[in-house]
Design a protein around this ligand. Sequence first.
Ligand code: PRX
Length: 637
Amino acid sequence: MSEINLGLGNNDIVTRKEAESDFIAFWEKQAKNLSWFSTWKKPLDWNPPFAKWFVGGTINASYNTLDIHQNKANKPAILWEGENGESKILTYKDMWTQVQKFANVLKSLGVQKGDRITIYLPMIPELPISMLACARIGAIHTVIFSGFSAAAIKDRICDSKSKIVITADGGYRRGNIIKLKEVIDEATKDFDFVQNVIVIERTKNKIILSSKDMLWNELMNDISDTCIAEKLDSTHPLYILYTSGTTGKPKGVLHGTGGYLTHLYSTFKWAFDIKDSDIFFCTADIGWVTGHSYMVYGPLLHGATEVMYEGAPDFPDASRMWEIIQKYKVTIFYTTPTALRMFMKFGDELPNSFDLSTLRLLGSVGEPINPEVWKWYFKIIGKEKCPIIDTWWQTETGGMMISALPGLETIPLKPGSGTRSIPGLDISVVDEVGNDIPPNTKGYLVIKNPWPGMLLTLWGDDAKYRDVYWSKYKNCYYPGDYALRDIDGYFWLLGRADDVLKVSGHRIGTAELESCIVSHHNVAESAVCGIPDELKGEVIIAFVVLKQNVTKDTLILEKELLIKIRNDIGAIATPKQIYFVAKLPKTRSGKIMRRLLKSIANNETIGDISTLEDGAAVSEIQSVFEELQKSIQKKSD
Ligand code: PRX
């Protein structure tokens, strides 16, 4: 692999050395970059697997992102670009005023510290305003991606018991209006605990208002713009973000305040080498963790100016991102491999016809970036002068864990590698029993020390938290990813080791999807798996066993299942192909052989099955495999 030596920042070896000798003191030093109301008594209370950072300290996320920047009140915080070409600039003063007003609105509706607030909004400024208003008064926000269906939202609202839901009359997506309010009406109709639904009129399409519903503009009209930020404990929960895992229901990842903000302040500075003059553009939706950490909290902690784009990246055509970079003179661009693969498909001419010369740093997140895409990004978008940081992290980690850090040190980059871990972390690649493995060997990624951005727990379920992340290896966090480390100590992320799929960078749990399919009255069993896809990284294939005596046409059934998946989860979970089969390949202990399913879906030969998990008889597997192939054959006949 060729190496590209393009680090930008100062070689700060001291920082890594300090971090290695005493990671707690190191993070303590980083925490001092934030504004605390009172300092902590203890930097870390580690009662595995529960970490409390900066115990006894009091802090406020809204204060640290807004109040402290009022010496440059007229600096733009958000350069907002609507899908239909509108634009808006919100300065740090504007944000501060709006957030205080909305915090007062929430208070006037009886919201108190610790109450949960669900936010289901498109990418409009009211989304970060709502989040920061919650943070200001100590309410816990729980943002739900605006592509999720009513049933998916219902589960999440029921789990968090949100008192207030914030939504919009609609959101623009590829020129269409998504009727968000209707989805919320459906999702909340059975919940008396939802006291009010606050509606932002984004599209002015017709909506029905019930007695619970209140309009954002009316609430904001006549309310004080002063709301003092609450002094909150460092460990006070900032937000819940639901994410898919290996279990049937989405998990509510709970993040705290002081540790999380310390992690974000540090990684945003080290990874993006942020300067006061930068224009930062992250293409993530705030409904996912990247948007929380590197659109809302990270940039605003630094008083940075950022672009926020409302719509689809390819609307009205595939040049939209390049046009935005040119228009706003973006200097730092952070996006996903899926988006890059899509842009790459449209050729070099589109990006080459825009002025991208302001760019100085590029980032990637969410899935492995293949070297070919990395090189295209480097050459065509970065014009061979911008370093690319490939940042590995998760909803649970809160912030980046592995990334090149141009703002901290100069190291050679290798296309496709995330390079090294963030200082102050202890990350390794281990074998099945937890032993470190030699370089260039594939194994499991583990994190051996607690880190400040780590989740506090899963909302309302400490046992599941312990079980999902801390039971595979003793006192080690297990993220569920394969990785290897090369001889230079660089990490190469090799995809998920568990039953989590990554479709267009979005996390989808196989169990969640399977339980949705099985809840169709004609279905007996189902197994889903991911197969590689040039554009989306991975696409979903579903195998379905019907109940006995079901005579319905499979084409009709397929349609019904697709509608069901869209309604129960959302369009992102739609399988590319559904196979109706007589039987699923399972081991004797009942475990579905996903590798076999993948081979079948990929039309591959069965390959070496002697190493298949759980010691199922080879002949048994062979016959199930053949049976499965036959039944698929029948369908295509
Ligand atoms: O499998 C890894 C993959 O995304 C998972 C986390 O997904 P989520 O919680 O949705 O967060 C995505 C945004 C941080 C990881 O377990 N992943 C994330 N970043 C990378 C990655 N895989 C390879 N390279 C990355 N840079």
